[in-house]
Design a protein around this ligand. Structure first.
Ligand code: ATP
Length: 356
């Protein structure tokens, strides 16, 4: 049994099922992200956990106790929203101390805990400043300190980094993970940023139209996306439609009559399939020395790697190549693509869609 569990949790608004029958079990100390596009039901799920939205159906338990009908205050969870909503007329220390005052923690202990928490988020010198005198990243850390100081059993974060610029956002992702690991608080974060979810979570929950369609460790989500949507939403993926040709016990994938070495699957002859491969699983070789020839139509330099778009007989394919310090092939060059069969994934579509 998990520390925090959701069982058949649903929320219906009129005709719309915003969240449908979600089941999730989060272990103590785990960092779990809810990832998905706008409107998929992430925030509604988080708000049901917080007690701010009443579920239409289902059950929420925390440490074995049913909290489905418990008021937000009595759940005692830490919450950080997109807008940090710090109290503008209070100093940083007063903002962080607020929750402890509400809980009637004696002054000496309060001061000690606020000091320790500000140290943890690296804001010790800023205790007497007001929120308006802080940068976005510093304010964000005050909001996290304020939520954590009450030592909540669970920390809920709703797009906590979305107001920050790209560089600061990345720094804060590591910072957030560092703080969470240090304190060991079970954390659920809502984000629509797949890179953010993959980099800092123990597990990622992907939501599509109110449902949880995959719950997995980040690398598994990336390597084995469970749905077509996830394979395109998480990282970059080349995806082409083809057909499976069966011969005896084995078979091969084919697009426009061209045989493409792939992983082996057990499908009938003529079955429509989607073929997918990550750009970094493809190798760029001199023309004629690979499995598929093509022409580079554009090339992008991205620091640690180069990204090529290659026009081939079966469509446009993206290839990424690590930067080794030398200039690689250019736009207009003829090249060949190569890959190991196991890296080309085959997913069954339907027998009806099968090409003749
Ligand atoms: P975003 O990233 O844009 O915040 P989300 O994945 O968090 O999206 P939710 O806010 O959970 O999505 O909304 C899920 C669906 O429920 C949406 O279609 C939304 O319009 C609808 N919805 C949310 N709150 C209400 C409400 N109070 N009344 C009616 N419909 C709502």
């Amino acid at each position: 049994m998990g520390f925090l569990t959701l069982e058949s949790l649903s929320k219906v608004y009129g005709e719309l099922a915003a969240v449908r029958d979600v089941d999730l079990s989060v272990a103590k100390g785990e960092f779990v992200s809810l990832l998905g596009p706008s409107g998929c039901g992430k925030t509604t799920t988080l708000q049901m956990i917080a007690g701010l939205v009443e579920p239409s159906k289902g059950k929420i338990t925390l440490d074995g106790r049913d909290i489905t009908r418990v008021t937000p205050n009595n759940r005692g969870l830490g919450i950080v929203f997109q807008s940090y909503a710090l109290f503008p007329h209070m100093t940083v220390a007063q903002n962080v101390a607020f929750g402890l005052e509400m809980r009637k923690v004696p002054r000496a202990e309060r001061e000690e805990r606020v000091k320790a928490m500000l140290g943890l988020v690296h804001l010790g010198q800023f205790a007497e400043r007001y929120p308006r005198q802080l940068s976005g990243g510093q304010r964000q850390r005050v909001a996290i300190a304020r939520a954590l100081v009450i030592q909540p059993p669970v920390l809920l974060l709703d797009e906590p980094l979305s107001n920050l610029d790209a560089k600061l956002r990345e720094e804060m992702q590591f910072e957030l993970r560092r703080i969470q690991q240090r304190v060991g608080t079970t954390t659920i974060m809502v984000t629509h940023d797949q890179a953010e979810a993959l980099s800092i979570s123990d597990r990622v929950v992907v939501m599509e139209q109110g449902r949880m369609t995959q719950i997995d460790a980040p690398y598994r989500l990336y390597e084995r996306p469970a749905t077509a949507f996830i394979s395109s939403f998480v990282g970059k993926m080349n995806r082409l439609d083809g057909v499976w040709r069966r011969h005896g016990a084995s078979g091969h994938a084919e697009i426009a009559g061209m045989k493409l070495p792939s992983e082996a699957v057990d499908l009938a002859d003529g079955y429509a399939v989607a073929l997918s491969i990550r750009p970094e699983k493809l190798l760029l070789k001199p023309a004629g020395q690979g499995r598929l020839d093509g022409k580079i139509v554009n090339r992008f330099f991205l620091g640690s790697y180069w990204l090529f778009n290659v026009e081939t007989a079966i469509g446009l394919i993206s290839v990424s190549v690590p930067n080794d310090g030398e200039e690689p092939a250019s736009e207009g060059d003829t090249v060949a693509l190569d890959w190991t069969p196991a890296s080309l994934r085959v997913e069954a579509l339907s027998a009806q869609g099968a090409a003749a």
